[in-house]
Design a protein around this ligand. Sequence first.
Ligand SMILES: Nc1ncnc2c1ncn2[C@@H]1O[C@H](COP(=O)(O)OP(=O)(O)O)[C@@H](O)[C@H]1O
Ligand SMILES: [Mg+2]
Length: 237
Amino acid sequence: MKTCVVTNRKGGVGKTTFALHLAAAGVEAGLRTLLVDLDPQGSASGVVAPGGTPALAESLWDDAAQIQPAKTAWGFDVLAASSALTGAEELSLDDTLAALRRIPAGYDLLVFDTPPYLGVLQTAPLLLADVLIAPVEPDTFALQGLKTVQDVVTSLRPRNPKLQLRVVVNRLKTRAIVQMQTVAALQDALSSRFVGPALAEREGVRHARDAGKPVWKHAKNEPYARAWKQVCDTLIA
Ligand SMILES: Nc1ncnc2c1ncn2[C@@H]1O[C@H](COP(=O)(O)OP(=O)(O)O)[C@@H](O)[C@H]1O
Ligand SMILES: [Mg+2]
């Protein structure tokens, strides 16, 4: 089983969108895939979880409860978030880790969506992960933010030596020359940790989410949509 954690200490960069697409690509690659929504805001759950899906929080903190993923129309299973997850922030890192270890086995791919702030819900899954996937926006803060993500990986390596970093650029305004230069600088700085092509800012990404489909199924022939599949497939490979 491979574990991917989509995270970045910034909101709105596309963490949730990317986690959904990575899980969808996992299914298309024939992998038994589970999406774990650790963001108390539950945005990913809102897109894929059927109404009445039991939330993850309660079963995580109760040793006796069974953790029961739900099926989604996207083909992967989900452990849905709820606002009760905010309570988890008071747990210790080790308790949270123990809870995450009770997630049922039998999956080939585990994808975690995380909240945008530092806390055990970001750190605990990273201690189990093979890959930290950081979506970044190509703005002037991107390089700065990247430094923070790199520091996180470095600080966790002693407890999780297998942790790898992969960076995906999202929300690129393809007509903004400064942004294109930032992407080039990121690619240079990251070499193989950069997974391209950069994903463009397109209305269709929002529409696909509203339609409840991965963007490559919603806008089949659009190059920007195919780029999402290419990035996800590269990561899965
Ligand atoms: N490439 C993109 N083009 C246009 N809108 C996007 C793109 N990526 C994400 N979005 C939209 O931006 C908003 C924030 O994305 P989201 O994935 O929820 O970010 P995060 O989880 O990092 O807060 C959502 O409405 C999403 O549909
Ligand atoms: Mg999110």
